[in-house]
Design a protein around this ligand. Structure first.
Ligand SMILES: Cc1cc2nc3c(=O)[nH]c(=O)nc-3n(C[C@H](O)[C@H](O)[C@H](O)COP(=O)(O)OP(=O)(O)OC[C@H]3O[C@@H](n4cnc5c(N)ncnc54)[C@H](O)[C@@H]3O)c2cc1C
Length: 453
């Protein structure tokens, strides 16, 4: 067999990478060319934290390949066939991409390759169960999480595979090399690469997993896995985590398995409804009145910069700016505040999150935003409006999370930090609430009534 190309995309790892094994096995005694194409289209859409992580992850991958990663800039539709032709490859191997952009791009690349007599082979995906695989008995897709999760668990997933051994990597002649890491002096991002991902997983399984079921809702504790960014770039496959969880029985392991199912579920929803990226799944609720104009813009800026006067919201938004990540509970609270207290479209908040999150993922992000906005797959019959004060008191009871991220409130002790306006002497420099939550909640309910009438 002649040389083959392995085109890395959202699978920046060597272990548990079935598509890479397929490329190595197809090459037999010949060489494998490791390729990554920096496609300007998605790169332009990614914010600084994501670009930074990608670049650092590519460097780690290149190192583990002994410098054999060929990096090209440009449109994959042109670059992939060009690289395949240069080494006389007859096969290009990839893990399938199920997102709307990636799927369309791969079809075009496949067409271009076919024109050159080269075949594109897809093996596996970035998910435990590939989108489109789990369906109802009438072959239609699931629209609601709980029945999907039952079918997902019953479907199961393959066991992880080892890294390929003794691969003859072809030299990366003419590699552009990884670009320079964007300068983000004020953002403290996690380590990148397969080793960092595995270390993070081990650290989580060595301790926090035991209390994950209860602690995962507490932003004041280090109770979650922190694996989202590694999953985003495929430095770790969810199947690897699921295999480890099978050895860690208990409610913590069950809860984490369920969270990984949410990730697969939202990818499945996007696969069946690609328009749901930016269009409300429930068009009726999606048609709710939203605010625009200078006052709405001012409110958006207050929200984005963490100056709404609601401490848990401001702490979350400042955590996002500082480390490119926000705790899940606080993502829900801040998203709800934008949509239900400020009456701004969920798409505006989703776009901001995608720009700032290091784990920013279209399927998970935009469908979680739809869940919060009430326009998504959520089966709840009532209008869910998070109260930022009661949420703060419940999930950050001592106020430690708020004090950590909002220095103006560092001197306020205990849970009183969630209502600084009730203190005899409100702290200097911290804004008063920009809206009255009770009044905005009533306004939201009225607007829901309008669209449901
Ligand atoms: C408004 C909003 C926006 C979000 N945007 C993103 C995003 O862009 N990228 C992203 O990966 N997650 C997103 N999430 C889901 C969730 O907040 C993050 O996955 C989680 O906070 C990541 O931290 P962790 O890895 O420590 O989570 P853990 O609690 O340790 O969870 C383990 C893994 O399960 C998956 N997971 C957990 N919760 C969810 C969920 N609700 N939906 C989908 N997958 C989940 C993630 O892959 C996560 O890494 C969003 C949630 C909300 C409410």
């Amino acid at each position: 067999m002649p040389n083959t190309v392995f085109w890395f995309r959202r699978d920046l790892r060597l272990t548990d990478n079935p598509a890479l094994l397929a490329a190595v096995s197809a090459a037999a005694d010949d060489g494998v060319l490791a390729l990554f194409v920096l496609d300007p289209m998605p790169l332009r859409a990614a914010g600084g934290p994501r670009v930074s992580h990608l670049v650092r992850s590519l460097r780690a991958l290149d190192e583990s390949l002994g410098g054999a990663l060929l990096i090209r800039y440009g449109d994959p539709v042109e670059e992939v066939p060009r690289v395949a032709a240069a080494i006389g490859a007859e096969e290009v191997h990839i893990a399938a991409d199920y997102g709307p952009y990636g799927r369309g791009r791969d079809q075009q690349v496949e067409k271009a390759l076919t024109g050159h007599g080269v075949t594109l082979h897809r093996t596996g995906s970035p998910y435990a169960v590939a989108p489109g695989r789990v369906r109802k008995s009438d072959d239609s897709p699931y629209r609601v999480f709980t029945p999907y999760s039952k079918a997902w668990a019953a479907h199961g997933w393959r066991a992880p595979v080892a890294a390929p051994r003794a691969v003859s990597w072809l030299p990366a002649h003419d590699s552009a090399g990884p670009p320079s890491v964007p300068d983000l002096p004020d953002v403290d991002l996690p380590d990148a690469g397969e080793d960092a991902a595995r270390e993070r997983l081990s650290a989580f399984l060595d301790g926090p997993i035991r209390d994950y079921a209860t602690e995962r809702n507490r932003p004041d504790r280090e109770g979650t896995s922190g694996l989202s960014v590694h999953l985003k770039y495929g430095e770790l496959h969810p199947r690897t985590i699921l295999a480890e969880l099978a050895r860690h029985r208990g409610v913590g392991a069950d809860t984490l398995r369920n969270e990984l199912c949410w990730r697969d579920f939202y990818a499945d929803v996007l696969f069946h409804r690609p328009e749901s990226l930016w269009e409300s799944l429930d068009a009726r609720v999606g048609g709710i009145r939203t605010d625009s104009g200078p006052r709405a813009d001012e409110r958006f800026t207050a929200w984005a910069s963490g100056h709404t006067g609601y401490p848990i919201v401001d702490a979350g938004m400042r955590q996002l700016r500082a480390i490119g990540w926000m705790h899940n509970r606080v993502r829900m609270i801040t998203a709800s505040f934008l949509v239900k207290d400020l009456h701004l479209p969920w798409q505006r908040g989703a776009a901001y999150f995608l720009d700032r999150l290091v784990d920013g993922d279209y399927a998970s992000n935009n469908h979680n935003w739809q869940w919060v906005a009430g326009t998504g797959t959520d089966a709840a019959p009532y209008v869910r409006v998070f109260n930022p004060v009661t949420q703060g008191k419940k999930f950050d009871p001592d106020g430690a999370y708020v004090r950590r991220w909002v220095p103006e409130l560092a001197g306020v002790g205990g849970g009183a930090v969630h209502e600084p306006w009730t203190l005899p002497k409100p702290p200097d420099g911290y804004p008063k609430p920009i809206v009255d939550h009770a009044a905005e909640r009533r306004e939201t309910l009225a607007r829901f009534d309008e669209v449901r009438a």
